[in-house]
Design a protein around this ligand. Sequence first.
Ligand code: ZN
Length: 83
Amino acid sequence: MTRANRPHLPMRPLWRCRACGAEWPCQPARLSLLVEYRDDRTALLVYLGTLMAEAADQLAQLNGHAPPENLGDRFLGWARPRG
Ligand SMILES: [Zn+2]
């Protein structure tokens, strides 16, 4: 454990990671979510869908009312079960 071991949580309304500054969910955030929801992938997808809707609203306002285009991949693409 290092002092850099901060939780990777989103900073609203920018939806960048508080810990590493990457677009949220960053890689560490994805990993911890997969661990946290390892027994319930459906709940993870529901949770991410809720956050994605919130992010779409907030980012669209920052972005001159145009919602970002890649949010589906960014929030959900990595979390879908394989196969
Ligand atoms: Zn991060």
